[in-house]
Design a protein around this ligand. Structure first.
Ligand code: 5AD
Ligand code: SF4
Length: 480
């Protein structure tokens, strides 16, 4: 999955051209963390008016590829994208422009100097910890240097990148991600994140509150707090203490204008009492939780170093359901982890039946160099992984369809985000994060309205605006 970012429009671009500003194109791959980081890099580079963003790579002076390393052949995909950019760089040189190419994100962190060796057109390689140094790194590249910066610095990236830049964070619609935590100390044996993103770091509460207040003032109504292991959050409070994610959510629930809060991605081990209670106590905390389980087999969970059993996971689910009965769960699964037997796999199918997930991502295990599971001799044949993945996805899809069908006839609160594909239609999200398509006036963008769900499509729900007045006429004349 990749996403080119938007431009500011021709007139503005022309004005900026006249001022001699350099044009920046950021292309983002992978997770929400990367989308957020791409936005922050763009904010940083455009905030002092030295760059202007463009959606068109062919007119860019700087191209940043913000890469993701979770998926299979991630590095190879980056090299083939760089092959395409080589043509742009040549074109630019012909017209007297110096196109700077930067590779950021987890592939940059994992491959380091190898990127410049294999793709000499690359000028800057920068790891996720060092984005705040981008202006200086790009300036060095413009003077002709090759720059590789993948150190884990002692200084806190958040101190440098997020605030004081909080004042310059630009809202980009009705919903926004806010990074509250980064990195991971869990070391699941299949995962590169602890190596590419480093140790866990949490942003202080005050910085997050300032950013959320700023976004709310700019029209954001739904904030999703993100981090690789977001519920391990333990940020500093103003009085020198530490706040859990549950406490942070309580604080953010008071920010005026914020109507919905979510957080992702969580680890089952870090679902503490505070956080479970927040699901009971905070109406703005949406009843939907992405809680990766990866496998339903205790043997595989232990080999993955997940630090929880199947029973632990089911217990957390039960406690969350007790706190918020309508909560919907989604998850991540890996099939074909080294040594996974047919019996292990059937435990995974069984946990899908037990929890009745509202949706899930599922992946074939893919060895990541440098991780313990990649070294194991009992790797599973690809045909077996493919076959198990198909069976798992059939099971997940069945539950997802059942969940979506159960919404038909219900009245759900929908936060409208943007126009739909059909004229007159808006798209919003239900509390359970399902896209909902409704014929509704554009004035409802940014608002929450009650929608009666009438039908289910392959990826979204359909509904009609609920005529509130018709339902409550008795109130009009009723005396005290
Ligand atoms: N192979 C397959 N899937 C993986 N994931 C992470 N590492 C791997 C890997 N080596 C999946 C996990 C994680 C999601 C983001 O990606 O399910 O939760
Ligand atoms: Fe990777 Fe998540 Fe495990 Fe951390 S908790 S190592 S990010 S899978």
């Amino acid at each position: 999955m990749s996403k080119g970012r938007g431009s500011r429009g021709d007139f503005a671009t022309t004005l900026w051209n006249l001022k001699g500003l350099r044009k920046l194109h950021v292309k983002s791959y992978g997770c929400q963390m990367n989308v957020y980081d791409s936005d922050r890099m763009a904010d940083l580079l455009t905030s002092d008016a030295s760059y202007v963003e463009t959606g068109a790579p062919e007119e860019a002076d700087v191209i940043i590829l913000n890469t993701c390393h979770i998926r299979e052949k991630a590095a190879e995909k980056v090299y083939s994208e760089l092959g395409r950019i080589r043509g742009l760089k040549r074109e630019a040189a012909r017209s007297g422009r110096n196109l700077i190419v930067a590779v950021a994100g987890c592939v940059a962190q994992a491959e380091g100097e190898e990127i410049v060796r294999r793709a000499p057109l690359v000028d800057v390689v920068v790891g996720p910890q060092n984005y705040h140094r981008l202006p200086a790194l790009l300036a060095r590249a413009e003077r002709g240097a090759k720059v590789v910066d993948t150190e884990f610095p002692v200084e806190d990236k958040f101190d440098r990148l997020a605030p004081p830049a909080a004042a310059t964070v630009r809202a980009r619609g009705v919903t926004s991600f806010v990074t509250v935590q980064e990195g991971c100390d869990k070391f699941c044996t299949f995962c590169v994140v602890p190596y590419t993103r480093g140790a866990e770091v949490s942003r202080p509460v005050a910085a997050i509150v300032a950013e959320v207040e700023n976004l709310a003032r700019a029209g954001v109504r739904e904030v999703t707090l993100i981090g690789q292991n977001v519920n391990a959050y333990h940020g500093k409070t103003a009085n020198g203490g530490q706040a859990t994610l549950g406490r942070l959510l309580h604080r953010l629930a008071d920010v005026s204008g914020v109507k919905r809060l979510r957080y992702t991605t969580s680890h089952p081990r870090d679902m503490d009492e505070d956080l479970i209670a927040a699901h009971r106590d905070l109406a703005v905390l949406m009843p939907q939780l992405h809680l990766p389980v990866q496998s339903g087999s205790d043997r595989v969970l232990a080999a993955m170093n997940r630090r929880h059993t199947r029973a632990d996971y089911l217990d957390v689910i039960a406690r969350l359901r007790a706190a918020r009965p309508d909560i919907a769960f989604t998850s991540d699964f890996i099939v074909g982890f080294p040594g996974e037997t047919e019996e292990d796999f059937s435990d995974t199918l069984r946990i899908v039946e037990d929890v009745r997930f509202a949706g899930a991502f599922s992946f074939k295990y893919s060895p990541r160099p440098g991780t313990p599971a990649a070294e194991r001799g009992d790797q599973i044949a690809d045909e077996v992984k493919t076959e198990r993945l198909a069976r798992l996805q059939e099971c997940i899809d069945r539950h997802q369809r059942a969940f979506n069908r159960s919404c038909v006839g219900q009245k759900l609160e929908v936060l409208f985000e943007k126009p739909g594909r059909i004229s007159g239609q808006l798209v919003g999200r239900s509390p359970y994060l399902q896209p909902v398509q409704v014929m509704a006036p554009t004035s409802l963008i940014g608002q929450i309205a009650t929608v009666r769900i009438t039908d289910v499509g392959s990826n979204s729900l359909f509904g009609t605006l609920h005529p509130v007045e018709a339902e409550e006429p008795a109130l009009a004349g009723a005396g005290g």
